[in-house]
Design a protein around this ligand. Structure first.
Ligand code: SF4
Ligand code: SF4
Length: 114
């Protein structure tokens, strides 16, 4: 039976500025070719009634994310977490992150497939 993953990423996308630093950091760390990577930042545009547009950025890890196992084994933060200047991302134990998740809306908890 596969080992159950105990760690994940908590992403507070309310304050994501869409700077793509997390995406670039992952690509550089693992030398992903263009178009591939452990995290993608998606821009979502919503039209408001007054003809204005509202942009939301959603950073989401992909199937290629390995939760930076080589880094975290050395006590380092995942590359995406380290380079997010808006501190939108947190790495930790799922149970700790889930407690934080319950305190605030507009956050997602991501756990890799075991
Ligand atoms: S945790 Fe590591 S592998 Fe996963 S998206 Fe972030 S930088 Fe990439
Ligand atoms: S580095 Fe942080 S602020 Fe920039 S796109 Fe990624 S999650 Fe958003």
């Amino acid at each position: 039976m596969p080992e159950k993953c105990e760690y994940g990423l908590l992403i507070d996308y309310e304050y994501c500025t869409g700077c793509y630093a997390c995406q670039v950091a992952c690509a550089q760390e693992y030398k992903w070719p263009a178009g591939m990577g452990g995290i993608r930042v998606i821009e979502v545009e919503q039209k408001l009634p007054n003809d204005r547009a509202y942009l939301t950025y959603l950073p989401f890890p992909t199937e290629l994310c390995i939760l930076c196992a080589p880094r975290t084994r050395q006590g380092l933060e995942p590359a995406c977490v380290k380079h997010c200047m808006a501190s939108c991302m947190k790495y930790g134990k799922i149970e700790d992150l889930a407690r934080e998740l319950s305190k605030k809306p507009r956050m997602v908890l991501w756990v890799p497939r075991s």
